[in-house]
Design a protein around this ligand. Structure first.
Ligand SMILES: Nc1ncnc2c1ncn2[C@@H]1O[C@H](COP(=O)(O)OP(=O)(O)OP(=O)(O)O)[C@@H](O)[C@H]1O
Ligand SMILES: [Mg+2]
Length: 345
């Protein structure tokens, strides 16, 4: 196992900066979730760590050692990519053993390691099957087994679960975390699914246009996103901006958000309270209900405030008393308004 550090990592493709001076530590044995919009540089970062991409500037250190002179196959990295491409004509066991064969690990040692890792991913009995005889989740586990059988120091996962349906994905998330804990391997996990990143990761990082805009423990980044982009990208956020006064934030329509100390605040949909009658607290905004969306236990209200959409999420039953259409009151507890900066592009 090893920690990974990237320093000032920069990669350009013509005029485009796929990575722009990224500096980041990935803790030994940690599970790091990497997020960002499409094209923000996530795959490029993984490929630079693995050695498939040669940076223009900056460097990668694995276990404290710079690796610019270490070729891909000697970096001791396991990888699972989105299209995890198992060899279709080889058995599960031979697929898993691929990295061992390349390293000329043979005989009893090869068989034992394949068996151990298949047991770990709970495919102990399926070694002699071919990939087409497996379910999506089982194929996924074979790809994982293949990546860890060589006992790499670092595991890089590029949206490994995105091909799976929701139920299977949740099941595999639990599996993935269990395997990662058992092996204790430093893992960097790319996903589009923010909930997945929040659930699995000890730490997350958010890339935008090749830059690392934010990193930290999931709860910390979610609760204090600091800028409007992070607030909206990680979870959902209603943004309110206006001018700052001694008493708080004055919105363009004259309403006041008391206690605010920045010209913009973000309020999570789950913290927005919607009522038919006027709230007693200091925060009272008017809005119109546009739509009520039923999604099982939880419901969503889409409201409109002077042309700006506002979202509120609560147990569906809490919305039962509200009029289908028409004016309502919004409020939230004072601490729910998170100060944010309007991040430049
Ligand atoms: N070999 C390449 N040649 C030219 N441009 C590239 C190359 N590889 C990546 N890019 C560009 O670099 C940027 C970052 O790409 P990257 O694949 O890292 O994004 P990503 O964050 O993984 O996106 P996605 O979520 O869609 O997978 C993109 O604009 C992409 O088009
Ligand atoms: Mg990608």
């Amino acid at each position: 196992m090893a920690e990974v550090r990237v320093e000032n990592l920069t990669k350009t493709y013509g005029p485009l900066k796929a990575l722009d001076a990224v500096t980041l530590d990935f803790r030994d044995g940690g599970f790091f979730g990497l997020l960002g919009p499409s094209g923000s540089g996530k795959t490029t970062l993984l490929r630079a760590i693995a050695g498939f991409v040669i940076p223009d500037d900056g460097r990668v250190l694995i276990g404290g050692e710079p690796v610019e002179r270490v070729p891909v196959e000697a970096r001791e990295i396991g990888m699972v990519f989105q299209s995890y491409a198992l060899f279709p004509n080889m058995t599960v066991a031979d697929n898993v053993a691929f990295g061992l064969d390349v390293r000329r690990i043979r005989g009893a040692e090869r068989d034992r390691r394949v068996k151990d890792v298949l047991d770990l991913v709970q495919l102990g009995d399926l070694g002699q099957r071919k990939p087409h005889q497996l379910s999506g989740g089982q194929k996924q586990r074979v790809a994982m087994a293949r990546a860890i059988v060589t006992r790499p120091r670092v595991l890089l996962l590029d949206e490994p679960l995105s091909a799976l349906d929701k139920a299977l994905r949740v099941e595999m998330q639990v599996e993935l975390k269990r395997i990662q804990r058992e092996v204790g391997i430093t893992t960097i996990f790319v996903t589009h699914d923010q909930e997945e990143a929040l659930t699995l990761s000890d730490e997350i990082g958010i890339l935008r246009n090749g830059r690392l805009v934010r990193h930290g423990p999931p709860r910390e980044v979610y609760n204090n996103p600091r800028d409007a982009f992070t607030a909206r990208f990680l979870g959902e956020a209603n943004l309110f901006s206006g001018s700052l006064e001694a008493g708080g934030l004055r919105l363009p329509d004259g309403a006041l958000i008391p206690g605010a100390t920045t010209a913009m605040v973000a309020v999570r949909p789950e913290n927005v309270q919607v009522s038919a009658s006027e709230p007693s607290g200091p925060i009272r905004l008017r809005a119109e209900i546009r739509r009520r969306i039923f999604a099982g236990a939880m419901g969503t209200l889409i409201l409109d405030r002077h042309g700006e959409p506002i979202k509120a999420i609560a147990r569906d039953s809490e919305f039962a008393e509200l009029p289908d259409n028409g004016r309502v009151w919004l409020s939230w507890r004072e601490g729910s308004a998170i100060p944010v900066e309007n991040a430049p592009n």
